[in-house]
Design a protein around this ligand. Sequence first.
Ligand code: LIP
Length: 255
Amino acid sequence: MNDDRLETAVSLARRAGRLAQAMRADPALLDIRDKGPMDLVTAADLAVEDLLRKGLAEADPDASILGEEAGLSGDAKGAAWIVDPIDGTVNYARGMPDWAVSIAYSDGTALTHGVIHAPDLGLTAAGVRGVGAILNGQPVRLPGAVASSPVVALGYSPRGPLTDYLDRIARLLDAGVEHRRHGAATIGFLGVLAGWFDAYYEPALNIWDAAAGLVLIEAAGGSVRHDPLPDFLERPSDILTERANPPRFETLLSR
Ligand code: LIP
């Protein structure tokens, strides 16, 4: 895919992944702190976001930047980069491989570019709205084949009611649908692209966790549901992504 903006994002995501891996190799550098319930920040989150901000500002000085750790610089309603330096910080800090760098671009009306790079898993996805998506260099073309034993990945955070999450699992199991939870939305989105999961659903997800994955799955031809952009920039949104188009699990998941 020949797109300067996408190439900038892929190259920065790879540099960011290498920095995060290097910092984890020396636990003394990590400085793990609680941000809230089930929510951590490490020195690597801050250093990686700093790297991304500097690189994006240099490549694209006119765009704003919204990041999980340092917030918004500029006006997110115009052209903006939306970054999560380490999505799945709890996994990362404990040495699990399920975390990723997430970079997206919004032109002010729609999310147009997305990159998810999961260095420990050796997976890099990149896509442009209306053009397509690639996973490790191979085009991803959805809707995917309908699996006879469906698997749906779920997200949960204290931003959403626990009873809804437990009810959702009960409905899935009752309908003969397997579920997984990886603790990182980006891994759910990569799983939809890779064919591990038929769908990824998480209520009340922040835009920096979701933006790149939404671009990728829509660009690949899958189904995507979320609140419209101006609202989603200001508050979390329920997110549904599916390999099928139209979606198969919307009714089961979003009740
Ligand atoms: C995490 C998300 C996850 C959600 C967590 C958290 P972080 O992102 O990927 O899906 O359930 O609450 O938001 O904080 O690791 O970047």
